[in-house]
Design a protein around this ligand. Structure first.
Ligand SMILES: Cc1cc2nc3c(=O)[nH]c(=O)nc-3n(C[C@H](O)[C@H](O)[C@H](O)COP(=O)(O)OP(=O)(O)OC[C@H]3O[C@@H](n4cnc5c(N)ncnc54)[C@H](O)[C@@H]3O)c2cc1C
Length: 433
């Protein structure tokens, strides 16, 4: 019997350690240094952060997103999912464990498609946790429709010159390098005519025009850059994975990125449920604690059931990726999870926030900030609609049209067929008697 929902005892020990470590040692960073996790370490933070990273390394849990075949310490996606369920509750934890987006996906594509020189120069420092990286694909006029991308890269001798605009390039302001998607052959479909380039951030012509922030961030805190690539020159050796290969590479990157977001979102839902349960047991109104009100019981049941459904789907898909070792073969389930994620997060956080009343919407609880992750998750790495379209397309591959006018389940035809089958049976019985 192959179905098994248990965790290996050895890995459970590591998970238990991680849970305690995040709660006791990492959460203080979340509380005292919010929003600092993607900035280079200064003299104040380095003495705190470096030893924590070393403890994670010693525990064998550092940068576990890459498997040994790609040069990492990874234990596979299923174990990463179980770990990310813990790390997802803390903004600093992915950094301390060396598996933060977007660097995970960026390291993964260099591991898959990079030359030895690219791995040495770009992937190694990334895996050591010493630098950050940025993935620069979305443009101001087009995100989910790459056919509208216009950023160009043209060959000039043994160099490429990149010109164009990119928008919402996360962490560009603190990154050592950018992975830029640009059109190298405008005469074919973008899916065959786009390429990826590794561009050191200090290359002349990389002009960060502004840094957009998310809704709750202050005007100077934005991490998502509008970048003008203005005659940016890079040598041929900075082409990643070959000319015209950008979309194959992007699938690898985004496939991993999407499921890692989902793994971390399980943590958001679990935390919401934990806070909801604590609150309804603590707060009394109209003669009883909230836990005794049927509306609240309904909320708890819904949050619990939706979390279990979502979590099992995420774990199943992670397991499937470990089996196939190819994100493209898990595209249907990755997209289904991606489409499901914002609603599950939204509903779970909303119920918890609402049960806390005014306190829930205040800045004295983490719930309002958690709630914003629902709209973010519905857009980042492709909007929900686009993923639903992918799911439908993949599901439909297993079906074909009905052979005639009526559906194959049309009852009159099925009854007729059944009559024929039984008639044959009765003829057989009569013939033998
Ligand atoms: C927090 C965050 C971080 C990000 N980081 C990066 C990054 O590091 N690098 C990067 O390159 N990009 C990044 N992005 C950008 C992200 O990839 C895009 O926002 C996303 O692809 C959608 O593109 P868009 O914003 O241009 O929306 P649009 O493509 O304009 O879509 C807007 C809306 O139109 C609807 N829609 C779109 N397509 C369809 C369709 N086919 N059918 C029906 N409705 C549709 C959806 O409701 C969608 O939300 C980030 C975004 C966020 C929010």
């Amino acid at each position: 019997m192959a179905w098994d929902f248990s965790t290996e005892p050895d890995f459970q020990v590591k998970l238990d350690w991680a849970r305690e470590f995040v709660r006791e040692r990492v959460e203080p960073l979340d509380l005292l240094y919010p929003g600092r996790q993607f900035h280079p370490l200064d003299d104040e933070l380095r003495p705190i952060v470096d030893p924590l990273k070393q403890e994670v390394r010693d525990a064998g849990l550092w940068a576990t997103h890459l498997g040994p075949e790609l040069g990492g310490l990874g234990h596979g996606q299923l174990k990463l999912a179980l770990l990310n369920e813990i790390l997802g509750g803390s903004p600093w934890a992915p950094i301390i464990f060396g598996c933060q987006a977007p660097d995970t996906g960026n390291a993964e594509i260099i591991a898959h498609y990079g030359t030895d020189g690219q791995k040495e120069r770009y992937m190694k420092p990334l895996l050591e946790g010493e630098v950050f990286s940025c993935y620069s694909m979305t443009e101001p006029q087009a995100g989910s429709d790459p056919k509208q991308f216009t950023t160009r890269a043209e060959r000039d001798g043994d160099e490429w010159i990149i010109n164009g605009w990119k928008y919402f390039s996360s962490n560009a302001r603190t990154s050592a390098f950018l992975i830029v998607m640009a059109i190298t052959n405008p005469d074919v479909s973008v899916y065959e005519g786009a390429s990826m380039f590794l561009v050191p951030t200090d290359t002349p012509g990389v002009d960060m025009v502004r840094h957009s922030g998310l809704a709750w961030e202050g005007p100077d805190e934005g991490m998502h850059a509008l970048i003008h690539y203005d005659n940016v020159r890079v040598p041929d050796e900075n082409l990643l994975g070959g000319e015209g290969k950008a979309f194959g590479i992007a699938q690898t990157r985004l496939g991993g990125g999407r499921i890692h977001h989902a793994m971390r979102s399980v943590a958001t839902c679990q935390r919401s449920l934990d806070l909801l349960c604590e609150r309804v047991l603590s707060r009394e109104t109209q003669g009883s604690v909230l836990a005794q009100k049927q509306f609240m019981q309904g909320d708890i049941a819904d949050s619990y059931a939706e979390l279990q459904q979502f979590r099992l789907f995420v774990l199943y898909t992670a397991w499937e990726i470990d089996q196939f070792k190819d994100y493209r073969r898990s595209r249907k389930n990755i997209s289904a999870i991606k489409a499901l994620m914002p609603k599950v997060v939204h509903d779970a956080v909303w119920r918890s926030m609402h049960a806390h009343g005014a306190l829930g919407v205040s800045n004295e609880m983490p719930l309002a900030a958690m709630w914003m992750s629902a709209p973010v998750m519905s857009v980042v790495d492709g909007p929900t609609e686009v993923h639903k379209i992918t799911v439908a397309r993949e599901v439909l591959k297993d079906y074909k049209p009905a052979p005639g006018l009526w559906p194959t389940a049309h009852l009159p035809a099925k009854r007729e067929e059944a009559r024929h089958k039984l008639a044959e049976h009765f003829e057989h019985v009569v013939g033998n008697s």
